[in-house]
Design a protein around this ligand. Structure first.
Ligand SMILES: C[S@@+](CC[C@H](N)C(=O)[O-])C[C@H]1O[C@@H](n2cnc3c(N)ncnc32)[C@H](O)[C@@H]1O
Length: 283
């Protein structure tokens, strides 16, 4: 797996883009949004009351994600196989975490992939409420391997327009990167010592330069605009930068033909689940 190069701090925006005002520790819109999840998972209610919904939900996903993770750490092919991913996806305990717009097997498959692959350099596109970001960073922590995540998203525009409408860029929780715990956020001086760098701008502009700067990456995750054009563009850009045995993951692969077409173009079988797709770069 690749060593961790640094992207210059000027590429990363500081916490001014990561404001998360809360009301008694719970982001304002989350209480209502949390209801379906709480009804399905009543054991989490005490934790949600004690902590914030994002923290409690993240903990819950990690707990389920850690179950039956597989112990074959020494395998020459650490990325989960298509058969294993299918088994995880069919697991009732994984499906049970579905909670409205949150959860579902996607996040568990992503979390377990990062745990198994033990990547050092990960690039994801699409942050929004930051659930995938927080899960990837949590998996890094449990992997115990020094690792860095570069997350690409558009500059956050705020939540309300002059007309009182919320912007298209609004995260589900109402706050950009609301799930990402403070300890992982960039320092106010832009010092990029932590495990996370935010790269702001349209991926069609930022991704080629970021990947060129990084050289080799171990895992790429697409979750920005789910158009064939952007998906295909990101897959094609990322693939040559993946280390042998590294992987390309994608959310919402069923929205169009971009993922299966890409698999055919690189002659890789890959995994195509209900939302999650994974292609492992041959060694
Ligand atoms: C589906 S959300 C990401 C969800 C996040 N990965 C998660 O699972 O928690 C999509 C995000 O992609 C961003 N986005 C859409 N088009 C983009 C583009 N062309 N370049 C960069 N970011 C983009 C949006 O601003 C939005 O925050």
């Amino acid at each position: 797996m690749s060593a961790a190069p640094r992207v210059s701090p000027s590429r990363a925006e500081g916490p001014t883009d990561l404001r998360t005002p809360t009301r008694r520790g719970v982001p304002f819109r989350s209480a209502l949004k949390a209801l379906p999840f709480l009804l399905r998972n009543p054991s989490t209610v005490p934790r949600v009351l004690r902590r914030s919904f994002p923290e409690a939900f993240l903990d819950h996903l990690i707990r389920v994600g850690e179950e039956e993770l597989g112990s074959d750490r020494a395998s020459a092919e650490p990325a989960p196989s298509p058969q294993e991913l299918a088994r995880w996806e069919a697991d009732r305990r994984v499906r049970r975490t579905r909670a409205g717009t949150y959860g579902g097997p996607y996040y568990l498959l992503l979390y377990r992939t990062v745990r198994r692959l033990r990547p050092r350099i990960v690039v994801e596109t699409g942050v929004a409420s930051g659930l995938s970001t927080a899960l990837i960073l949590s998996a890094f922590e449990r992997n115990g391997v020094p690792a860095h995540l570069y997350s690409a998203d558009l500059p956050f525009q705020g939540y309300r327009t002059d007309q009182g409408r919320r912007t298209q860029n609004e995260a589900v929780l109402g706050e950009f990167a609301a799930f990402v715990p403070k300890r992982w956020r960039p320092a106010p001086d832009g010092d990029a010592k932590g495990p996370w760098t935010l790269v702001l701008g349209d991926t069609r502009k930022t991704l080629p330069a970021l990947l060129d700067q990084l050289g080799r990456i171990d895992l790429f995750i697409h979750d920005s605009a789910h158009t064939s054009e952007v998906m295909g563009f990101e897959y094609r850009e990322a693939w040559p930068h993946l280390s042998p045995g590294g992987a390309l993951a994608s959310d919402d692969i069923g929205w169009n033909e971009a993922f299966p077409e890409f698999l055919r173009s690189v002659k890789v079988e890959g995994y195509q689940g209900s939302r999650f797709g994974l292609a492992v770069k041959p060694r």
